[in-house]
Structures are given as structure tokens and as C-alpha cells.
Ligand binder design. Structure first.
Ligand SMILES: C[S@@+](CC[C@H](N)C(=O)[O-])C[C@H]1O[C@@H](n2cnc3c(N)ncnc32)[C@H](O)[C@@H]1O
Length: 383
């Protein structure tokens, strides 16, 4: 796997942080390279302020700060922020202002550079944010895999910002050139909501939240099977998204505290709002932006609920699910349990059995299985 990016006479060492054993994926893509080559050919004022949206692992931020520009990188992903920060340090670079997607945008950007996000709703929200707060006529340069740029994508740029055209494809990547000619008077709505009638819930969702427009079908099955047990004192909803599982777990276990964890700032903000809106009192709730359960004390939870991700950015992966299971095993009390839902073909049953030394299917349908595993005080589960 390549870890050295040679571009425009510069060399950067870049990793996907936190580094995985046997990592096979590099920390930048052809769209990053295309964007950097295009920016190298652009005329920018000295000390220009470059506003970067959704830098994956920090390649764009490293390049821009090394050129001497002022750089702000905005991302909803805690992992992207960690990775950008670490790659800057590894290349002896500093000075990038890394902000969350929930923070106000700087208003003085001289150029806006964007990696297209995965969710269209989030793209629209970011375009509206730019329309609301960036300078008139600022150039917006976006990049992505060519297969992810459709006519409908270009229409969104036209609709929310102004004149838009696209480049030829290069190494299967393509660029979008757009100029901000429109001004949105009020800030875009922070959240939208949908109802889960069977569970009497109305869920608020920030734009980048998983399944933000309707309930995920796996989560719907999981809701029915969330355990209720008076001995449970602390529940962790790992990869909480909008917090739908946290809300139901808190209702079924009124004696328990609930910690909702996600690497997305918008997910954690949504979960926090949803728990409080559904009458779960603030003393019972902690909502935390985190990579899996990094930094959580051992033996501190009685139950971990998990509907794991199988994508990181646009890459299908199961290493995050595995990391979540390993962390849960560490953080659970002896006799504590993990309850996991996943697509049948993902084989979570075998993985949990390997790790915990036991695993039982507690429910299933044609597509999904729910597996429960207990931490056995004397088990020597494999890692
Ligand atoms: C399949 S969604 C489940 C969301 C919600 N629990 C539900 O059931 O609808 C998986 C969630 O894991 C989060 N996630 C991905 N990687 C993570 C990581 N390294 N640490 C914490 N959460 C992560 C994603 O942001 C996403 O919200």
C-alpha cells in the first residue's frame, strides 16, 4: 500500500489514522490529486484563505498549508479530523483550523475546495451553507470519483450556488467548477424529522446522519429486541446515529444510564436532541463523539447495543465493526452483554463467538440477524 504522495514537487507521507494492521487502502485518491493539480494551476492571492470541505484523511489540508495558505478544514467525521491532524504532524506541518460541520463557517474564504460527501442531503446542506455564508463570486472546486458525479449532482450546484461545469475524467476522477452567484438569506434548517409511529418517536436528524430520512430497517428490527433487565446500570449505544436505539433502550431500562457514541458530530448532536426530546432526563444521558470506545474505562458498561457501519467514506469495510466488538469486550463488565444486528452475510455471529467464546442468535428475519454475546469473566476470547 502506497503511503507517499509525490505531487507538484512535494512529498507527503499519508496514512489512514488510526493505523490498522494490514491496512490495504491508501489515504488519498485520484480526486485529491486532480484537485491539487488544478489548484497548483490557479492564481490565488498570497496568504489566500482556502476552505476545505470533507478532506478524507488530510491530503488536501497538508498540501494547502505547505503552500503557505490559510486553511480551514470542515468535516463531520471525527476520524477524518483525527487523521488530518495526525498526517499534518507526521509531515511537520501545522496551522490548519479543523472545525466540525456544526460550527459556523468562516466568511472570508478566497476559494472553497470540496470532496463530495456520501449523502446527497449533506451535500445540499453544505451547498446551502456556502450560499448563505461565503463571499459572492467565490469559486467552489469539488472533486470525486467520476462515477459519483451525475447530471443531478451538477444541477444541485447550479440550483444552490450558480454556474457550474465539469472537467474531463482523469484516473476515473472528475472535478466540478462552480461559482457562487446566489445568496441564501437565512441559514439552512439544521435538522429534519420523521416519525416512527410504532414506537411513538419523532426523530430529529442533522444532514449527515445515517438513514436520516426514514428508519433503517435493521434498526427497526433491533428496536423490538432491545433487552429490558433491572440489573442493567449502564448501556452504550455504539455507532448511535440519530440515537433511535438509545431512546428505546432508555425507555425499557428506566434505571440505566445511556451513553450514545458516534464518530459523526451530527449523529451525536441528533442523538442528544432525540434522547432529551423523548423525556430521557439529562442526568441519565451522555452523548460523545468518539472513535469506537477509545478511552472508555474497562468493565464500565452492562450492555452495548450495536448496529455497526460497513462503510468508511465510500469504502466497504468490516474493520470498524470488528474494532467495535473488541472495544465492547474490553469495556463490558464481566457478565455484561453485547447485542449486535447485521446483515446475514456479514457473519457477525462467528466473529462474536470467536471474540467472546459464546454467541446466540436472538432474532432474525430474511435479511438480518441479531446476535447476543456475554463477556465471560474467565473466557479467553481471541482477538
Ligand atoms: C449502521 S449506522 C447505525 C446508526 C443507528 N445506531 C441506527 O441503528 O440507525 C452505524 C453508525 O456507526 C457510526 N460509526 C462509523 N464509524 C464509527 C467509529 N469509528 N466510531 C464510532 N461510530 C462510528 C456511523 O457514523 C453510523 O452512525
Amino acid at each position: 500500500m502506497k503511503t507517499t504522495l509525490d505531487i507538484a514537487g512535494q512529498t507527503f507521507t499519508l496514512h489512514r489514522h488510526p493505523i490498522q494492521k494490514n491496512e490495504t487502502l491508501q489515504a488519498w485518491d485520484a480526486a485529491d490529486e486532480y484537485l491539487i493539480e488544478e489548484l497548483e494551476n490557479s492564481v490565488l492571492p498570497d496568504n489566500a484563505h482556502i476552505l476545505i470541505f470533507n478532506d478524507g484523511f488530510g491530503a488536501l489540508s497538508c498540501w494547502a498549508i505547505q503552500k503557505g495558505y490559510r486553511v480551514t478544514m470542515v468535516s463531520d467525521s471525527h476520524l477524518a479530523q483525527l487523521s488530518t491532524d495526525q498526517n499534518l504532524k507526521d509531515n511537520n506541518l501545522e496551522g490548519v483550523d479543523i472545525i466540525s460541520s456544526l460550527a459556523p463557517l468562516p466568511v472570508d474564504a478566497d476559494i472553497i475546495v470540496m470532496k463530495l460527501p456520501k449523502y446527497t442531503r449533506f451535500l445540499v446542506w453544505q451547498l446551502q451553507q456556502i450560499s448563505h455564508s461565503a463571499r459572492m463570486n467565490v469559486q467552489v472546486l469539488a472533486g470525486a470519483k467520476a462515477k459519483d458525479i451525475h447530471t443531478s449532482t451538477l444541477k444541485l450546484f447550479e440550483k444552490h450556488l450558480g454556474s457550474t461545469h465539469t472537467s474531463l475524467a482523469k484516473k476515473k476522477a472528475r472535478l466540478i467548477f462552480c461559482q457562487k452567484e446566489k445568496q441564501l438569506e437565512s441559514a439552512p434548517a439544521e435538522t429534519t424529522s420523521f416519525d416512527v409511529a410504532d414506537y411513538k418517536m419523532t426523530l430529529q436528524n442533522h444532514a449527515n446522519v445515517f438513514s436520516s430520512e426514514s428508519l433503517d430497517i435493521a434498526a427497526y428490527l433491533m428496536l423490538e429486541h432491545i433487552p429490558s433487565d433491572e440489573s442493567i446500570g449502564h448501556i452504550i449505544d455504539l455507532g448511535c446515529g440519530n440515537g433511535v436505539l438509545s431512546v428505546e433502550a432508555a425507555r425499557r431500562n428506566p434505571q440505566a444510564k445511556v451513553t450514545a457514541v458516534d464518530e459523526s458530530h451530527m449523529a451525536v448532536a441528533s442523538a442528544s436532541a432525540n434522547l432529551l426530546n423523548h423525556g430521557i432526563t439529562a442526568e441519565r444521558v451522555e452523548c460523545r463523539v468518539n472513535n469506537c470506545l477509545d478511552g472508555f474505562p474497562s468493565n464500565s458498561a452492562d450492555m452495548v447495543l450495536c448496529n455497526p457501519p460497513f462503510h468508511q467514506l465510500n469504502t466497504v469495510t468490516d474493520h470498524i465493526a470488528w474494532q467495535m466488538f473488541c472495544d465492547a469486550r474490553q469495556v463490558l463488565e464481566p457478565k455484561g452483554r453485547i447485542v449486535v444486528i447485521g446483515n446475514r452475510h456479514l457473519g457477525y455471529h462467528a466473529k462474536l463467538k470467536r471474540l467472546f467464546g459464546n454467541a446466540q442468535v436472538i432474532a432474525s428475519n430474511r435479511k438480518f440477524v441479531i446476535v447476543e454475546a456475554y463477556k465471560q469473566p474467565d473466557s479467553k476470547g481471541m482477538r
